[in-house]
Write a protein that binds this ligand. Structure first.
Ligand code: GLC
Length: 419
């Protein structure tokens, strides 16, 4: 066996400890089920030393795919009383107990990377997964693009950036009266100052109850859900995933005509997320037609989506210089910046990896390498935390986190494949 570093060994041990047999949990306790984009990152990490296990992670994720193509953001494989809201609150009817919303579609992009590492194994796995990826992406294009072609979320949790300020406007228009009593479980695992507030939580649960009442029917939700926000995370990751599928489809001899059409439409959608007054990509409330007005780490996924933008580079340089550890989840000059609270300030290794890959692909190698090294230093010195304080690097949220370990193995460590 090859010699591996102590950090690589610890990262692999975290993936092993969070493995529940064919899927990983994000971290023991706080998140006891399979999460969609967490699993995609986990697969990327496993791909570094066990490609068969990497494919198993993705196949288990797709075993929860709904008939309409949607891939849920949580699969509740085994009941766990430590998490709220569980399957009984969502009330869904997919092949497995699940939530009724999705998450950023990064899985196909990682599948391409895992395939590159072992094409023979990849060809077999992709023969099964190709139609599944297509159906999921088609679901986004059918149900979740707005007139301009930007991808919209119907619940803040769908974006993966649960309590980002991006959703504040649309959330303020929800009156959560009648949401009833419920018992949060997240604040029993983690310091409440690092988690969303009760104000937000009431609205999260109200939206789940609405979806359930509408039978998670997308047409009904499009009519009745007051929360519909065009999101850079979704739009940029789907655009990237489609580009990766087109490249992979070329190698596998698949017809990629439909994907090319999606790419054109998503490029127009991405352009519609440009907020000229802010000078940045931004989230747009589809019902109210208003911008969020915050430069977030998702704004910097433009390069990952293959879009060049000089003004975003200027923004990036200013924000990266303002903190000790880039990339904070929102601009530190924004009045709502909160260095410890979840998606309102902290640094996330997964977002850094996507931003770094994008910077590198677009030829901004010096910035990409600086970000990769900084992220590596953060993990090596502060551990495999869920997220970190951008001002002093202190670890926050849950510990022994799957996706932080995966990012270490696949991108941030010296032994990683790097880009
Ligand atoms: C939080 C994050 C989300 C992630 C989940 C599991 O809800 O906001 O992005 O998928 O935790 O780690």
């Amino acid at each position: 066996m090859d010699e591996i570093s102590e950090m690589d060994r610890r990262a692999r041990a975290i993936l092993g400890a969070n493995d529940r047999g064919g899927y990983t949990v994000p971290t023991d306790g706080l998140y006891p089920y399979q999460w969609n984009w967490d699993s995609a990152f986990a697969a990327w990490g496993f791909g570094r030393f066990d490609p068969a296990r990497a494919w198993a992670e993705l196949e288990t994720l797709f075993s929860g795919q709904w008939e309409n193509g949607m891939v849920p953001h949580i699969l509740f494989h085994k009941a766990d009383p430590g998490y709220f809201p569980g399957p009984e609150v969502w009330g869904c009817k997919g092949p497995l107990p699940s939530s009724g919303i999705s998450q950023p579609p990064v899985a196909a992009s990682f599948a391409r990377r895992i395939h590159e590492a072992d094409p023979a194994l990849g060809r077999e796995a992709m023969a099964r997964l190709w139609p599944r990826f297509m159906a999921w992406h088609r679901w986004f294009m059918t149900w979740r693009t707005d007139e301009a072609g930007a991808v919209c979320i119907t619940h803040p949790w769908e974006s993966g950036r649960d309590n980002a300020p991006d959703w504040d406007g649309a959330m303020a228009r929800i009156d959560p009266a009648g949401v009833g009593e419920y018992q949060r479980r997240d604040t029993a695992h983690v310091d409440p100052h690092m988690r969303p507030t009760k104000y937000d939580y009431d609205r999260y649960i109200w939206l789940v109850q609405l979806g359930r009442r509408l039978g998670w029917d997308e047409a009904a939700m499009a009519r009745e859900n007051p929360f519909r926000v065009a999101d850079p995370t979704m739009t940029f990751t789907l655009l990237r995933a489609c580009r990766d599928m087109a490249a992979l489809g070329g190698e596998l001899g698949r017809d990629t005509g439909e994907i090319e059409e999606w790419i054109t439409r998503l490029e127009a959608g991405a352009a519609s997320l440009w907020n000229e007054a802010l000078g940045s990509y931004d989230s747009r409330d589809v019902h109210a037609g208003t911008w969020s007005g915050a430069v977030s780490n998702a704004s910097f996924l433009c390069w990952y989506a293959g879009l060049e933008n000089a003004r975003m580079l200027e923004r990036y340089d200013r924000i990266a210089a303002a903190v000790k550890y880039a990339v904070p989840s929102i601009d530190p000059e924004h009045p709502l910046f909160d260095r410890k609270r979840y998606w309102r300030g902290p640094v996330w290794a997964i977002m850094n990896a996507l931003i770094g890959i994008g910077l590198h692909d677009m030829g901004h190698r010096r910035r990409a390498e600086a970000l990769r090294r900084q992220t590596g230093e953060l993990i090596a010195t502060r551990g495999f935390a869920e997220y970190f304080d951008p001002l002093d690097g202190s670890p926050a949220g849950g510990g022994a986190f799957t996706w932080t370990a995966a990012v270490w193995l696949a991108w941030a460590s010296d032994s990683a494949e790097q880009y």
